[in-house]
Design a protein around this ligand. Structure first.
Ligand code: PLP
Length: 354
């Protein structure tokens, strides 16, 4: 890293040689990320990550429509960076929540009722970060556009795991984050369809076409560009083999578990498992001692578990909710990792249930 920092520097907005080199890196990365999403480079703005991208999409839109009756629709399972932002900028009585079906998929009948001519913005994630369930975005876009609403999609969890083409999805705004796809943390991007108007949420210089002032994080942006090229060129992004082997192994070796969303179309990298009667935080801590790094299904702050909105909406009881652990795989995981993880889970579950 020392070498990178000492050999790659210069403000991309400067007109001297160092600056021009950095500008070239930023623009090459923009081209690569745009290619990986099927959009024009001019429709992409670099941000500091998913949280900022989601904020810019929602706050930027709200800044334009604040003088109107501003109804918003989102799924009940949105990440906090969408959920809390929407609650923050849109009056409570004007936020409509699309519930989930027990398999974790979006309840489209409800979506059809909730998205109306009064709706300004619909925000639905492409894939859920807890269960991996993939949402029917095209259906949502059809409903929203028929009624004159715009669609924002949080694709942070899905980017690099399933092919994404913003034009085929038809979305108006789409967020990605670098670190979820093995780029450095601290970078992301927001796609804004040409013609869609957004107000920047930060005021300052004219970087990122005035949409996101502040000196670009060109080192992190460069890593996102590299990852985007890999994503574009990789023939298949992930296969279901490891996830399915893991889940089958667990079902054989660990009694009284639920694999959440098992019948739905899911990302191949995510497994949400409820270990009935076991505290998920204890399970995660015990697994960590065996070298298996998982997380609780519910957001966990300062050691206190919160009920996950996603699992709650799928119908899990509070006890089941707090007994849920999320496992993730990547292209760097191997079958021997999976075998060790199954053994570790079986051992920890036995121990914690005794
Ligand atoms: N959206 C989803 C679905 C996520 O899973 C995350 C991060 O976990 C975010 C948004 C926030 O992204 P970032 O950590 O880059 O701010």
């Amino acid at each position: 890293m020392d070498i990178v920092i000492h050999s790659v520097y210069g403000n991309p907005s400067s007109k001297h040689n160092f600056g021009l080199k950095m500008r070239a890196i930023v623009e090459a990365s923009r081209y690569s990320v745009a290619k990986s999403l099927g959009c024009m480079p001019g429709e992409l703005y670099f941000t500091s990550g998913g949280t900022e991208g989601n904020n810019l999409a929602i706050r930027g839109m709200y800044n334009i429509y604040s003088d109107q009756e501003n109804e918003a629709v989102m799924s009940t399972s949105e990440h906090a960076s969408v959920y809390n932002t929407m609650e923050n900028v849109v009056q409570d009585s004007k936020v409509r929540l699309i519930p989930l079906l027990p398999d974790g998929t979006l309840d489209l009948e409800w979506a059809d009722k909730l998205i109306t001519e009064e709706t300004t913005l619909v925000s639905v994630m492409l894939a859920n970060n807890e269960t991996g369930v993939i949402n029917p975005l095209r259906e949502i876009v059809r409903m929203a556009h028929e009624r004159g609403a715009l669609v924002h999609c949080d694709a942070v969890q899905a980017y690099g795991k399933i092919p994404i083409n913003v034009k085929e999805l038809g979305v108006d705004l789409l967020t990605i984050s670098g670190h979820k796809a093995h780029a450095l943390p601290g970078v992301g991007a927001l796609y804004v369809r040409k013609g869609v108007q957004l107000h920047p949420t930060l005021t300052g210089g004219n970087q990122e076409m005035g949409m996101r002032p502040g000196t670009e994080n060109y080192i992190a942006i460069a890593t996102l560009g590299t990852v985007a090229e890999e994503i574009y060129n990789r023939e298949s992004l992930l296969s279901p083999g490891l996830r399915d082997a893991f889940e089958m192994g667990l079902l054989k070796k660990v009694p009284d578990i639920i694999i959440n969303g098992v019948t739905a179309d899911r990302l191949y990298n995510t497994s949400s498992v409820t270990f009935r009667g076991i505290n998920a935080i204890q399970m995660v801590e015990t697994l960590s001692e065996s070298g298996v790094y998982a997380s609780t299904g519910s957001a966990c702050s300062q050691g206190l578990a919160n009920i996950s909105r996603t699992l709650h909406s799928m119908g899990l009881s509070d006890d089941e909710n707090l007994s849920t652990v999320r496992f993730s795989f990547s292209q760097f995981s191997s079958i021997s990792d999976v075998v060790s993880a199954i053994e570790a889970c079986a051992k920890c579950a036995r121990m914690l249930r005794e």
